[in-house]
Design a protein. Sequence first.
Length: 653
Amino acid sequence: MSLAAPRLSDDRLKRYESLQAALDLIDQGFTLIDRELRFVAWNKTFLRLLDFPPEMGFVGAHFESFIRYNAQRGDYGDGDVAAHVEERVRAARNFEPHDLERTRPGGVVLRVRGVPVPGHGFVTLYSDISAQRNAERQIHEQTLLLESRVTERTTELRRSEAQMRLITDSIPALVAYFDHHQVYRYMNRGYREWFGLDPANPGVVSAKQYVGAATYAGIQPHLARALAGEAVSFEYETAVLGGAHVTARTTLIPEISADGTVAGCFELTFDISEQKRAHAMLVQAQKMEALGQLTGGLAHDFNNILTVILGNLDALARACGGDATVAEFVEPAAEAARRGADLIKGLLSFARKHPLEAQAADVAPLIASVGRMVRRSLPEGLQLDVAAGGAPLWAWIDTHQLQNALLNLILNARDATSAKGRIAVHASMHVLDSVEAAARQLEAGSYLRIDVSDNGSGMDDATQARVFEPFFTTKPHGLGTGLGMAMVYGFVKQSGGAIDIRSKVDQGTTVSLWLPACDIAIAPIGPMDGGPDAAQGDLGLALLVDDDPAVRQVVRRHLLDLGFVVIEAESGDEAMQILEQTPGIALLLTDVVMPGGVDGRVLAAHARERCGVQRVLLMSGYAPDGVAAAEPPLLAKPFTRTELASRIEAASP
């Protein structure tokens, strides 16, 4: 029996036995010691939790015996056993309340709570809290692991977000997300570059404010469709920082929630200004190419007609040189035919079929010369500024055609500018990269840029779209042929360059010519002067090839007058047979474009290389693609006998 019960009655004995049985059943250890530190009561759980032998528990057992037992088996660690015992017994004598935890060598964690019981002694309770502490430790460890993983994941998310922002900020586009209330939740750096907005505070951004009320009104229907769940793309114009206007294309992709509603929209916006400009240039180039082919064909036929007219008028004038009446009729007709020929030359320049006499030239003095020449035709109050720089500006061009083009542009600027306006001509070298060059349908490289600017009336979009068309003019009837800008366009394109126009109504116009630059100056070929006289005697056998009999008749007369014996052929195939069968041909004069499989270029090459013809001359109503100044000399129709004689002399070996 653990309870002291000397000389107890049976009832009290049963009561103490019941109480002891109850104490033995609880899962906490229990001890009660008196003021002398001797055991009064305890339970089996106490002995079991602290691994005390059962025989140690008896009424009157001293607290010190239990302490010594623990010290001897190492429960208190290394050190002097007596010191451990003395320290703990001295503390127990104070009968101070305490609540502490103690971990036994086997890892069992005990909670020890002691309180004094006035008049009875000191009660101590021992609880095994190992499972609780293990659970708490595991919870703590799991919490630390979870916190570590959360921290790691948060770091990864932040890194991922930073990488995503870096990517979206690097995209040359506007990237954003707004919720179904049309409140921005995210936007990339593009918004700062376009509109000066702060991407760090997307929630305060108003689309209506940054694009303007008018533009926003046009966007709203597309926005409503996107918020209804439809992916949409649309284009619009908007102002950006600095007042510039861009053409933008925006795509809105709805984000659909699990319940099927639209949570918001992803927004992607690109600047398509250059794309639209390039497309417009392509459409314009295709239109101009089609017009060029049409005008080239017409010019060919008209030049043949004018060749016949001028040739016969020239022959008539020579035959009746002393008849004043004949001259009175012939001269006006010949002058009209020559004006017609000049008009056809304008068409050929537009169609890029007029042969260029290109050479390496310093453009700066040419521009200065044009400026000096044109100043006399400008009103006194109109200011003309010419700036070609101090350094040479070398380009591969036909200098005569360039001067004509600049004259056309300056005079057009004069007509569009008031008497007190300003015209500026500026030339400089530029290097176009692949993107800039592609926008102008050019190859990347060095180009001479010539700007002719005015502050005149400017042009609307419809006028700009047609400004290069032949015979299109905004001038009053009788004050312009409509061929000036067409000739400039044809010259620049045929020179391998490009032309830009920037114009606004009442804000003036700038026309920019881009011409291929060159680094090495090559001595220009001098003009061919003079020519043989009509009465030089027998110059040998000439083969004349043209599919138009009327043209052959006129040119044959010119050749006979110059002293040639003439054989005619109406096709390249027939001329080939004559070359093979007729030795001693001194001159081949052939049209370039003829029906059949053999054209004038093939015929000329064959005559030189296979048949030994020393003088070969091409003639044409227009210069087809591939005919250059380096090939046999090209005589443009219509031509006079003097011009023919000069070219024959130039073609002599």
